[in-house]
Design a protein around this ligand. Structure first.
Ligand code: PEP
Ligand code: MG
Length: 875
């Protein structure tokens, strides 16, 4: 027969799956001999079998509970049905993973109209007895009968106001009796059912309610949000009550063994005298800091301090402990690993290693890689956020950090405003390469369309600028310069605050505080590098970005997007000349000018990265991105370039494509205009030669051809590039090592990876395009419906943010296997956004890839994730 109930002395902290986190830790504390009120736990399995069998509360389970109640009565000498020596219980839910705010709790269970009188007598405290009863009525009504707490709270507020009472603890016994009377009436009015007087009946109903709470709406939402499985179930903990509300020698509190915001190794917490559980959290009375307990109840403080040390040493982590004092006796009601800020997390992880409690591996595994973001960017002051008015919470946290500025709707105004010394936030439906100038000067970027790999998101992350993308609640009229959002409107110049780490937007200015890199961060990162098998490179092309990535110890550059170098005005005009030319001669002339610029660009990159591996991707986007679509701007360009406007317009129309993402881009451009790639290859090689000659810096560039889907594309272009390079090397008489590889970003490329491998020196998976092409989701538009897909459970995660293992992942796996058959040790990396995502990194590590590459600010996140994966794989 399955065992459904474990008394605390039978369990331990390893049994979280079966007993839930709370139950397992109560059992563990009992084993450690700490003062835990006696009790037992009904398993999560019992909960799941109840829920899976049409809520069948089997006789066997009921009997097992009864037997455990009898045993508890026997051990405690108190009885559920004996009013003169009554046993009161607390009933609390607790699943494997802590789900704050999802908890259902019923305290003082067992009380009724009859025994409350005895409780008053025995304790000689009538107001205590009726205070317990009114609390039971409210909690039981809420948890078991689904009577909204507000019915009880509203009445309590009304009653206190009417009788000029400020605090709950000031209510007299007769007042509490009146409240109890009214609460019982609320049961009849709302539930059409009286409060059950029989303690046994109360208990069984409470157990069923806690089981059922696993499937309530807020629990479901919470699980979805935190990727907690639906079939874990919740345990039910039944425990003898201890009373923090039984007078001035009693109280209740919560404490952390270290400071959860700074990590300082000092007890941190608060408590309330003469109060029960929920009062501390409810915020009705202001609790006192735990340090005051030292003076008010020194013995209790010393005991608690000693116990907190025992627990922290035992769990080898900072603990969050709930306690209650009943008539000067201390009880522990819960312990768990405490939640903490990123700052505290890094400090505690390093401290626990130096205190000899943890190994470096354990320290690395204890950290959330995403939390690194909090450490590296300014964050809003928590107090300020609480007071700020929300605009929206539905945007995607596209690039971490927090910033405040005035709204501008286009790049030109953003520049104008910043020239005047204003800080701006660029708000657009979506951004395009033409906006780059405005994006650079903005404190933050907000878009109403586009996903995590949209232009705005990728560019912002690259620049380390905070960005909220795809905020569909914003109705942005760029022409009228107005934003409508659910609760109001905003105009150009209005100040907003943008939280790129959460995706939230606020009206007005919220104060910022800097969270700088610190010694603990450096220590953790050096350990992370030690444990990660994968190399981490950066996607970067500007000097500033490369320096950022190097400060995070990136091992080279995994992707230089060369098109980003074409948008400075003097280059753009040459590029436009090239695109709009009607003969080869003009095209060649423009390319010669661009060549000179590109040589300088590459020299800067190679010099900055100091000879580390660098992948340069040849031009990728469709040509139309380099010419404007608006007539007014076309007219300006026609004048600047001294060409006929109608001719220009016609040429732009010719470039127009219905599906540019599936269009004339990537290597397809070079099949038509090989001179483009030849010019870029020449620039790369010439820059290497001149660096070698001028500064004695040796570089072996990795030249990457994008969007290859057929081996013929690769062989054709590779041949042309190699031939040209050979010619340069011969004429310059300077030997240069270089490799030519390709991006794998089309499903077809994955399937013919063995053929491509015969031609290529290296591969890099472009997972942005590969995801787009595999799902057939436009990476710039999918944000509009992906949320719905997530809400409906059609997709478990946004595949642009975290690898879709069974589709995109399978393609990558096939490609890697095929490649390894042809060239077992060919270098393979990832340079799409997934290269900075912890879950995806673990997947790439398992496939045995050589490196991941991501925006500079994600390099530490990636190192930490790679180290965790490395440690887990060794286990
Ligand atoms: C990709 O497609 O994953 C990639 C890195 O290239 P881009 O984002 O520039 O298309
Ligand atoms: Mg791509």
């Amino acid at each position: 027969m399955t065992k459904n109930v474990y008394c605390f002395s039978e369990g331990n902290s390893e049994m979280k799956g079966l007993l839930g986190g709370k139950g397992a830790n109560l059992a563990e504390m009992t084993r450690l001999g700490l003062p835990v009120p006696d009790g037992f736990t009904i398993t999560t399995e019992a909960c799941m079998s109840y829920l899976n069998n049409n809520r069948d509360f089997t006789v066997e389970l009921q009997e097992e509970i009864q037997k455990n109640i009898k045993d508890l009565e026997h051990r405690s000498g108190k009885y559920l049905s004996d009013p003169q020596n009554m046993m009161l219980l607390s009933v609390r839910s607790g699943s494997k993973f802590s789900m704050p705010g999802m908890m259902d709790t019923v305290l003082n269970l067992g009380l009724n109209d009859e025994n409350v009188v005895y409780l008053a007598e025995v304790t000689q405290d009538e107001s205590f007895a009726y205070d317990c009863y009114r609390r039971l009525l409210q909690m039981f009504g809420d948890v078991v009968y689904g009577i909204d707490s507000s019915h009880f709270e509203n009445f309590l507020e009304f009653y206190k106001r009417k009788n000029r009472v400020k605090l709950d603890s000031e209510l007299t016994a007769s007042q509490l009796k009146e409240i109890v009377h009214e609460y019982k009436r609320i049961y009849l009015e709302i539930k059409k059912q009286a409060f059950p007087q029989n303690p046994q009946e109360q208990l069984l109903a409470a157990v069923e309610a806690v089981f059922s709470s696993w499937n309530n709406e807020r629990a479901n939402i919470y699980r979805k949000l935190h990727h907690i499985a639906d079939d874990l179930g919740t345990a039910v903990n039944i425990q003898l009550m201890v009373f923090g509300n039984s007078g001035e020698n009693s109280g209740t509190g919560v404490a952390f063994t270290r400071n959860p915001s700074t990590g300082e190794n000092k007890l941190f917490g608060e408590y309330l005298i003469n109060a029960q559980g929920e009062d501390v959290v409810a915020g009705i009375r202001t609790p006192s800091p735990i340090s005051e307990l030292k003076t008010s109840m020194p013995e209790i403080y010393d005991q608690f301090f000693e116990m907190s040390e025992i627990l922290e040493k035992h769990y080898r982590d900072m603990q969050d402990i709930e306690f209650t004092i009943e008539n000067k006796k201390l009880y522990l009601l819960q312990t768990r690993n405490g939640k903490r800020t990123a700052h505290a997390a890094f400090k505690i992880a390093v401290d626990l290693v130096s205190e000899g409690l943890n190994t470096k591996e354990e320290a690395i595994l204890s950290l959330d890689p995403h939390s690194v973001n909090q450490l590296l960017h300014p964050v809003f002051v928590a107090e300020g956020l609480k007071k700020a008015e929300l605009i929206s919470t539905v945007g995607l946290p596209a690039s971490p950090g927090s910033a405040t500025g005035r709204i501008c709707f286009d790049a030109a105004s953003a520049k104008e405003w910043t020239d005047r010394g204003e800080k701006v936030v660029l708000v657009r439906q979506e951004t395009s390469p033409e906006d780059i100038g405005g994006m650079i000067v903005s404190e933050a970027i907000v878009t109403s369309r586009g996903g995590m790999t949209s232009h705005a998101a990728v560019v912002a992350r690259g620049m380390g600028t905070c960005c909220v993308a795809g905020c569909s609640e914003l109705d942005i009229d760029e022409f009228l310069k107005i934003i409508k959002y659910p609760k109001g409107t905003l105009n150009e110049g209005d100040v907003i605050s943008v939280d790129g780490t959460s995706g939230d937007l606020y009206v007005g200015e919220v104060a910022l505080e800097l969270s700088e890199k610190n010694a603990d961060f450096e220590t953790i990162m050096s350990w992370a590098k030690e444990f990660s098998r994968l190399d981490v490179r950066m996607n970067a092309e500007t000097k500033a970005d490369i320096k950022t990535g190097m400060a995070f110890n990136a091992s080279g550059i995994g992707l230089v997007r060369t098109e980003h170098m074409f948008f400075a005005p003097e280059r753009l005009i040459e590029m436009r000349r090239f695109i709009l030319a009607d003969n080869q001669e003009i095209r060649n002339k423009s390319l010669q000018t661009i060549l000179a610029y590109q040589i300088e660009d590459f020299k800067t990159i190679f010099e900055t990265i100091a000879g580390q591996s660098t992948v340069i991707r040849l031009l990728d986007p469709p040509l139309h991105e380099f010419v404007p679509s608006k007539e007014s701007e076309l007219k300006k360009i026609a004048q600047e370039m001294n060409v006929d406007f109608m001719y220009l317009k016609q040429r732009v129309n010719e470039l127009h494509e219905i599906n540019p993402m599936l269009g004339h881009r990537g290597c397809r451009l070079a099949v038509t205009y090989p001179e483009l790639y030849i010019m870029q290859a020449e620039a790369i090689i010439r820059s290497v030669i001149s660096l070698k000659q001028e500064k004695n810096v040796d570089v072996a560039p990795e030249i990457m051809i994008p969007l290859v889907g057929m081996d013929g594309e690769l062989s054709l272009l590779k041949e042309k590039i190699e031939e040209h390079i050979k010619h340069i090397i011969e004429t310059e008489k300077c030997d240069v090592s270089f490799t030519i590889g390709t991006m794998i970003e089309l499903p077809r490329a994955c399937l013919i990876a063995d053929d491509l491998a015969k031609e290529a020196d290296f591969f890099s998976f472009g997972t942005n395009d590969l995801t787009q092409m595999t799902f057939g989701f436009s990476r710039d538009d999918a944000a509009k419906y992906i949320n719905q897909y997530l809400a409906e459970g059609i997709l478990p995660v946004d595949p642009f943010q975290t690898i879709d293992v069974s589709g995109v992942g399978e393609l990558i796996k096939i490609a890697v296997e095929k490649t390894r058959q042809v060239k077992p040790s060919m270098k393979i990396g990832v340079c799409g956004e997934l290269g900075g995502d912890p879950h995806s990194i673990e997947f790439f590590d398992q496939l045995g890839l050589d490196y991941v590459s991501c925006s500079p600010y994600r390099v530490p996140v990636a190192y930490l994730a790679a180290a965790q994966s490395g440690i887990r794989m060794k286990k």
